[in-house]
Design a protein around this ligand. Structure first.
Ligand code: EPU
Length: 428
């Protein structure tokens, strides 16, 4: 199994090109199911999850053609997806268990084919992650859903899905995405209240509009969708990855570095940039992107994760690694997922001083971290270990690299280009 080997202590300086957003790509790809036209997505990141989603769609009858080679350190990768006909409406356990985002085919399949059979995703390393909100929202559009042998079997009424009123009791990114993709082909108007406002939802809305959908309130917590009888193909460019950008910002912070995050979008990252500033980093906006400069150690701070526009749960682990080497004590509270502190014992093995009390982690900054073999159970936790390794004395080996490959495009390449001593060992 691959491992990443990092010899820490290098100050990172230079520019990092930010890739297309994983979590936007994973909701834009299933849009292909909504039309018999061609959907071309450009700026698509090269990630294991994107490939897995492509395979899932292939199994449903969607043809996928990848075009565009990598140029320099840029990425002009595009995928053209064509669902002339839906050949299957089954998302099998074998794919869904590896990638929870597979649940996002449920809404589009119901809307276009009138039925869907999707494996239940099961548990996950960061929390329980139920899908009840996805199901209730689709039921509000007339879907009938039953559970049999670990699979959800969903059917639209004979005339197709009907517009309805969905009011989410808590904010869910995935459930908002699923019901949006269903509502665009439903009969009549759908109102979605307490919709997630994450930038990836706005990206999804813009792509659907480019395909002919009618959506009001984009970017707000009330979305109004006027259903259409059909959508057409479109060319759409995936937004930049705000979490990748934030992760590299923390790499600048933890190494006392100076990184230009090329192509990053500041409007999508306000809470992240505020957090960096509170930690004493300098954030400047340049024409090519966002520059993050660190002088000395980061300062301790208090943060609480919450739905957008607040501080994202997907940045909690990376900030924790940075603050583990901070001056003073930090308090991080995780309000989205109940089990998202799996990186804490691994960071502790490198010398971090962190106490978890319920949903709150108290991080007492230490003067140094020491390299060690470490492993994590999820993507962002793995990135926090890479960050710790960049600043630690000696060598860090990060195991279970497949987590990183799900969400960070060409990680070792991007980090080495700005001065990190990092390599992948494929024989480990
Ligand atoms: N929830 C329910 N019922 C549901 C759905 C969600 O109780 O039916 C709960 C969840 O258990 C959680 C909260 O609602 O406590 C929010 O979950 P949400 O549905 O918003 O998360 P998601 O759609 O499953 C996406 C991202 C995650 C990111 C979260 C929160 C994708 C593919 N995944 O997950 O990204 O952490 O939103 O912003 O978009 C990552 O990239 O590392 C990652 C985990």
């Amino acid at each position: 199994m691959d491992r990443i080997i990092i010899r820490g202590g290098q100050r990172l300086v230079g520019s990092v090109r930010i890739s297309g957003a994983k979590n936007a790509a994973l909701t834009l790809l299933p849009c292909a199911l909504l039309t018999d036209g061609m959907l071309t997505l450009s700026n698509l990141p090269r990630l294991a999850d994107v490939d897995s989603f492509g395979h899932l769609l292939n199994g449903l009858g969607v043809s996928t053609t990848v075009a565009g080679a990598r140029t320099g350190d840029g990425n002009d990768r595009a995928m053209t997806l064509h669902a002339g006909e839906i050949a299957s409406t089954v998302a099998p356990y074998d794919i869904v268990r590896r990638m929870r985002a597979s649940i996002l085919v449920l809404g589009p399949l119901l809307a276009r084919a009138g039925e869907a059979t999707v494996s239940l995703p099961g548990g996950c390393a960061i929390g329980n992650r139920p899908i009840d909100l996805h199901l209730k929202a689709l039921e509000a559009l007339g879907a009938e859903i039953e559970l049999a042998a670990g699979y959800l079997k969903a059917k639209a009424p004979s005339g197709g899905l009907k517009g309805g009123h969905v009011s989410f009791p808590i904010v869910s990114v995935g459930a908002t995405e699923n019901v949006l993709m269903a509502a665009v082909l439903a009969n009549g108007e759908t109102v979605i209240d307490n919709a997630a406002r994450e930038p990836e939802i706005a990206d999804l809305c813009r792509c659907l509009v480019a395909m002919g959908a009618e959506i009001e309130g984009i970017g707000s917590s009330r979305l109004v969708v006027k259903g259409k009888t059909s959508l057409h193909g479109a060319d759409y460019r995936v937004m930049p990855d705000r979490i990748e950008a934030g992760s590299y910002a923390c790499a600048a912070g933890i190494t006392g570095g100076d990184l230009l995050l090329e192509g990053a979008c500041a409007d999508d990252m306000v809470a992240i940039l505020d957090g960096l500033t509170a930690a004493g980093l300098t954030v400047t906006h340049e024409s090519e992107g966002i520059r993050v400069t660190a002088e000395g150690r980061p300062r301790g701070l208090s943060l609480s994760t919450a739905p957008f526009p607040a501080f994202p749960t997907d940045m909690q682990a990376q900030f924790m690694a940075m603050l583990a080497l901070g001056e003073g004590t930090s308090t991080l509270t995780e309000t989205i997922f109940e089990n998202r502190y799996m990186h804490v014992p691994e960071l502790a093995r490198m010398g971090a001083d962190i106490d978890v009390q319920g949903r709150t982690a108290i991080v007492r900054g230490v003067d140094k971290l020491v390299g060690a073999p470490v492993m994590a159970t999820d993507l962002r936790a793995s990135m926090s270990l890479v960050l710790a390794g960049l600043a630690a004395e000696g060598q860090t080996e990060v195991l279970r690299v497949y987590h990183l490959d799900r969400g960070y495009e060409r990680l070792e390449e991007k980090l080495s280009a700005v001065g990190a001593d990092i390599e992948r060992d494929s024989d480990g």
